[in-house]
Design a protein around this ligand. Structure first.
Ligand SMILES: Cc1cc2nc3c(=O)[nH]c(=O)nc-3n(C[C@H](O)[C@H](O)[C@H](O)COP(=O)(O)O)c2cc1C
Length: 369
């Protein structure tokens, strides 16, 4: 049903006022030329109206015609369907812009294809930002991770005495350097993992694993740090089970929670790491890390699992880190279809917990080895 005359004028005014470029083409004329372009299209491309009406929109591609999505656009138009894609286009003055283009067919009442409508959105700034972010990650990967790993390997060789026998102060310095190197590698890995998680490229290595073993691994790894602060790590198994998980990643989550608990606990306190299974756990299994630290105000607990968040109020002093640790934990737990949360009261300590459901390999399109 077409709108009444007045409504059509309203529609035209709306199209003319739009900030996106809008063109109409006529597929019933040879080469599907432009029959209408709105002022935003003219402003975006720098062409005059009489230079574009009657032409196919491909003139915006200039000589950059080997782009893969041009074929996809062509096929979609031939089928009378819609497409949204980002294509490199060029203004009249030759300047490149990234055009987020949506093309849709327009059919009349008798289902005859009468027009195509194209909506152009200049996303150059977004694409340039994405490129800079991508350059930043590849810099972290190549120019930071590679040399730091090599420094780490050299320090390890010095530590085990295979290169030379170190004096006692020398050995002490190597130990400090190694521990800082390890922290740096952890931070770099955090940043690269976060990128993978966001890009959906983070793959779990699922296998059946005894849930209790994760706690043993984590306690073994973190005890040296806890000892320095005379913090006791206490394991409490209420019930245990073997479930399908990515054990390295789940250990990483638990390590992160326990390390945080240590950071924010006073010396000479106890941190309990509990495991329970079945009904009471609210899911298949539930790990909890209970500390006797300063606690977190309720209004701050929601923020904790967001990226780049570090509580800076007096109750939790900011500590070194990327601010990604808990966001990564949440993403890993959610990849397992699980849940993560915290229960805390100021000055009464915190309980960070996560639960994992019974997983089926089919959920992940994976087969056990
Ligand atoms: C309504 C409509 C709007 C279009 N807008 C653009 C555009 O802004 N930029 C562009 O590069 N191509 C645009 N195209 C695609 C080209 O006109 C053309 O269909 C595409 O280059 C594939 O065909 P070809 O291989 O014959 O060039 C549009 C097409 C239609 C139907």
């Amino acid at each position: 049903m077409y709108p009444a005359q007045n409504d059509r004028l309203t529609l035209l005014r709306a199209v003319e006022s739009a900030r996106n470029g809008i063109v109409l083409t006529d597929p019933n004329i040879k080469d599907n030329p432009i029959i209408y372009a709105n002022p935003a299209f003219i402003e975006l491309t720098g062409y005059e109206m009489d230079e574009i009406v009657g032409k196919n929109c491909r003139f915006l591609q200039a000589t950059d015609r080997s782009q893969e999505n041009i074929q996809a656009i062509k096929k979609t138009i031939e089928k009378g369907e819609s497409i949204t894609t980002i294509i490199r286009n060029y203004k009249k003055n030759g300047e490149l812009f990234y055009n987020e283009l949506t093309i849709s067919p327009v059919y009349d009442e008798s289902n005859k294809l009468v027009n195509f409508i194209g909506i152009q959105n200049d996303v150059t700034a977004r694409m340039e930002l994405e490129q800079r972010i991508s350059d930043f990650y590849s810099m972290i990967s190549h120019e930071l991770r590679t040399p730091v790993s090599s420094i780490n390997a050299s320090l390890l060789a010095l530590e085990d005495g295979s290169v030379t026998k170190l004096s006692s102060p020398g050995a002490k310095l190597v130990k400090i350097a190694l521990s800082n190197c390890k922290r740096l590698i952890g931070l770099i890995n955090n940043i690269l993992d976060w990128k993978k998680l966001q890009a959906g490229k983070f793959k779990l290595q699922l296998q059946p694993w005894p849930a209790e073993e994760i706690i043993d691994t984590v306690i073994q790894e973190i005890t040296p740090v806890a000892v320095l602060r005379r913090i006791k790590l206490e394991k409490k198994i209420i019930s245990s089970a073997k479930i399908v998980m990515d054990p390295d990643r789940i250990a990483e989550v638990l390590t992160n929670l326990v390390s945080n608990a240590i950071k924010f606990s006073p010396d000479d306190t106890t941190i309990s790491i509990t495991l329970e299974c079945g009904e009471n756990a609210g899911s298949r299994i539930k790990y909890s890390v209970i500390d006797q630290g300063c606690g977190i105000a309720t209004e701050n607990t929601n923020k904790l699992f967001l990226q780049f968040q570090q509580l800076d109020s007096t109750e939790r002093r900011p500590k070194a880190g990327t601010g990604l640790g808990l966001a990564i934990c949440k993403a890993i737990v959610e990849l397992h279809r699980g849940q993560i949360g915290v229960k805390s009261k100021l000055n009464e300590g915190s309980t960070f917990w996560f639960s994992l459901p019974e997983l089926d390999y089919q959920d992940f399109d994976l087969k056990p080895e």
